[in-house]
Write a protein that binds this ligand. Structure first.
Ligand SMILES: [Zn+2]
Length: 459
């Protein structure tokens, strides 16, 4: 048994000073004062914040893109996650055209079999539609991959009529999907134009050919398709104020739209792409791209106001050498960056410590809401008797500086290199076991598969 004494337990509805007792894998008691049972280990949490283990509902480990594969697989990626306080991840299984959904999911189970250091689950990506795939939606739910992902851009994209069919089928099954919203036609035309002259070799062409308008238009279209299907939907990685306006419009129509954003869109901006040094600028290439400072402020405010429900990483890491695949053609730069081990610390430092959001809101965005939306609540996402003892002890007084030198991810750069963070993740427990401490993994490969239930729709 482990007794967490004298800490501040954080809940979306309000924090409280209390002791927490874990026995085996579960939280068994929470009370103002608990007398330590005999032989019990004591963790002194005086002056510390005690959060439920954080959930990252958007990762890409061992993903093949742009002729290469992400440098982090499930093994290194989940180590990075748990080092930073994340105890559950949900990656994206993908059924590529020609594959059944079951085959796609089998492949992702295989990828995860290298050993995971936090608990893991899968969304399932749908890239084409036919009667068999429609029938297999229920198989995915039965196998615990209970939520889905679709794309409006890339070669995994599906067209509007297919999106409508998918949404109607997911509604029948009581579940929903996330969507990567960007207008592919608009982006393709701009990319062709930029690739026809000297702009082909510039990293800045990446963001100039994926404007906020392309994202906002797709969000609006996706929401209208959801309106017709009468289906709640999720917009993943929202980046901009213009896209937020489309979500507000859908909500005014009475729709349920759940919104995710990521730390990179909150603390980095598109000026990073203007660096003339390719190796510097290319590390920030991701899609949708980084936006303006005004967008960052709009997103922080939307988080504080409850307009954004979750913050995930979209961790998709490539080394500088891999990014060089696009040295002469910006269209070939593999898109994505690491973020697994810094997400909770960055949201605490830039959000809570700077007064943009409360610690209670942070708990909602990184733990409770993803647990509810992705069918893990109340097993995960909350400090409650009977819940898994996934526990993160955060020291608000500590300071740390982000650097690749201490990074657990295999990526050879840290996007936030040199950033000073107020507050630090100390001990991290996965189902009652100490798995990480002060940014280092102390016990590996303790993660288990999360068979998830159906989403909760609360908006
Ligand atoms: Zn993604």
């Amino acid at each position: 048994m482990i007794l967490f004494q004298n800490g501040t337990l954080v809940y979306p509805e309000g924090s409280r000073s209390a002791d927490l007792l874990a026995d085996g894998e579960k939280i068994v008691k929470i009370a103002p004062h608990i007398t330590p049972p005999e032989g019990c280990e004591i963790v002194d949490c005086t002056g510390k914040l005690v959060f439920p283990g954080f959930i990252d509902a958007h990762t890409h480990f061992d993903l093949h893109v742009a002729g290469t594969v992400t440098i982090d697989d499930f093994n290194s990626g989940t180590k990075a996650e748990v080092a930073g306080g994340t105890t559950s991840i949900i990656d994206f299984g993908t059924a590529y055209p020609g594959e059944t959904l079951n085959e796609g999911l089998d492949n992702w189970f295989q990828k995860a079999s290298v050993g995971c250091s936090c608990d893991y689950g899968f969304h399932q990506t749908i890239t084409e539609w036919n009667d068999q795939i429609s029938a297999e939606v229920q198989d995915m739910i039965d196998r615990g991959a209970s939520t889905f992902k679709i794309y409006m851009t890339y070669d995994t994209q599906i067209d509007d009529s297919t999106i409508l069919k998918v949404l109607k089928r997911l509604k029948e099954c009581g579940t929903t999907t996330g969507c990567h919203c960007e207008n592919s036609g608009l982006i393709d035309a701009l990319r062709e134009e930029y690739a026809s002259d000297e702009r082909k070799g510039k990293v800045s062409s990446h963001y100039l050919t994926r404007p906020a308008a392309a994202e906002a238009e797709a969000i609006g279209r996706y929401c209208h398709l959801a309106e017709v299907a009468d289906e709640p939907v999720i917009d993943v990685h929202l980046t901009c104020a213009e896209g937020l306006e489309e979500i507000r419009a859908a909500r005014r129509r009475g729709q349920k739209v759940y919104v995710e954003t990521c730390p990179q869109y909150l603390v980095m901006d598109d000026s990073l792409y203007d660096n003339g040094d390719f190796d510097e600028a290319a590390r920030y290439v991701c899609a949708p791209p980084l936006r303006k400072r005004s967008d960052q402020e709009a997103l922080w405010k939307a988080m504080a106001d409850g307009e954004i429900q979750t913050v995930s990483t979209d961790h998709c890491s490539f080394t500088v050498e891999q990014k060089r695949l696009g040295k002469d053609d910006f269209r070939k730069i593999p898109g994505g960056m690491p973020g697994a081990e810094t997400r909770p610390a960055v949201i605490y430092s830039e959000g809570v410590a700077k007064g943009r959001i409360t610690k209670e809101k942070m708990c909602e965005l990184l733990a409770e809401n993803p647990a509810r939306l992705y069918g893990l609540y109340p097993r995960k996402g909350v400090l409650r008797e009977g819940s898994d003892a996934d526990i993160v002890v955060l020291d608000p007084a500590a300071e740390r500086t982000v650097t690749v030198k201490t990074q657990v991810s295999k990526c050879d750069y840290a996007p936030l290199e040199g950033m000073k963070l107020q507050g630090a993740i100390g001990k991290v427990y996965l189902r009652g076991e100490l798995v990480a401490e002060d940014g280092k993994v102390v016990k590996e490969n303790r993660g288990q598969y999360l068979k998830r239930g159906l989403p909760e729709f609360w908006l």
